[in-house]
Design a protein around this ligand. Structure first.
Ligand SMILES: C[S@@+](CC[C@H](N)C(=O)[O-])C[C@H]1O[C@@H](n2cnc3c(N)ncnc32)[C@H](O)[C@@H]1O
Length: 291
């Protein structure tokens, strides 16, 4: 890859959207650090069949971690990569398109009407202290506008998470990494809720701040790893499983009860299982999405 083309926007893109540079390649971000290692380990050992990476860039950062780990996973999971920038998606496809278990998709993870309003971004900028406050509010709102403008101008597909699920017959992904636009983490979480593992990058900025809080307060998920100090924070959540047992005979003193695996049982009984059941399948192999 011609190195002159790599525009290093790391300071800005690590804290916010690099939307004004969506026509350029950028340096890998999840790269030779703790999060990279954790992704690779999870990919190698988790009982999953599908992975969705939202915001793959040109494939040399987090994508590399997924690929290296998944190659070792005996379940041979599929990796779906998603990238809105045409130039980055082309580089991504060149990089990993020949790997049998990797599919790269061009488009926006969510629809335009799922982006936050300027009022929501302003409210966050005013009230939540963190790295985003290093930037003037007008600049941050400019990034939001540039993201929306790029999608409209380039006419890239939108709503791609939904479309991949539909086209590949996936109800819930095995694992999902949310690391795309500064403004879409919360909407992306809506689309992937139910995944076995949800990995968030930039938990200290607008990108994944709300998503992190939602998962933290959801008894259906447990936090299994986090480092709020690595770049702008990452976290990993695992889904808890509930098993409804068959009703007991009517003359039993207890009519039925629910056991929550790895969680708080409503009956006071806890079963702890080491492995969880896999989710999702690869479904049809027809390519319904634009690459
Ligand atoms: C922070 S970078 C990703 C870094 C990458 N994971 C790595 O480790 O190098 C975010 C990427 O998401 C892409 N992106 C921005 N908005 C998006 C959207 N709505 N849907 C999909 N990708 C998007 C950007 O073009 C950018 O390449």
């Amino acid at each position: 890859m011609p190195s002159l083309l790599i525009v290093s926007l790391q300071l800005m893109s690590a804290t916010a959207s690099d939307s004004e540079g969506l026509n350029n390649l950028i340096a890998p971000e999840v790269h030779q650090d703790e999060f990279f290692e954790v992704i690779r380990d999870l990919a190698a050992s988790a009982p999953i069949d599908t992975v969705l990476e939202i915001g793959s860039s040109s494939g040399e950062g987090s994508t590399l971690a997924w690929v290296e780990g998944l190659r070792l996973n005996s379940r041979k999971p599929k990796l779906y990569c998603m990238e809105v920038s045409r130039v980055r998606c082309e580089a991504l496809q060149k990089h990993w398109g020949s790997e049998e278990f990797v599919e790269c998709f061009l488009g926006s993870s969510v629809n335009l009407d799922q982006f936050p309003s300027t009022a929501e971004v302003e409210h966050f900028h005013r009230n939540v202290s963190g790295p985003l406050q290093k930037y003037p509010q007008e600049q941050v709102l400019g990034w939001l506008q540039a993201d929306l403008d790029y999608i409209r101008k380039e006419v890239v597909p939108t709503g791609c998470i939904r479309e991949i699920k539909r086209a590949r017959g996936i109800e819930n992904f095995g694992a999902v990494l949310i690391d795309s636009s500064e403004f879409t983490g919360n909407a992306e979480l809506d689309e992937v809720y139910g995944a076995e593992f949800i990995l968030l990058d930039d938990t200290q900025t607008f990108k994944c701040h709300a998503a992190h809080q939602r998962l933290l307060h959801d008894p259906g998920y447990e936090l299994i790893a986090e480092n709020p100090k690595l770049r702008h924070g990452y976290s990993i959540f695992r889904r808890r499983h509930r098993t409804m047992l068959d009703p007991l005979p009517v003359d039993s003193p207890v009519h039925y009860f629910t056991i929550v695996l790895n969680g708080e049982p409503s009956s006071g009984i806890t079963l702890r299982f080491c492995s969880s059941s896999p989710s999702g399948g690869t479904g049809t192999s027809s390519k319904a999405l634009q690459h």
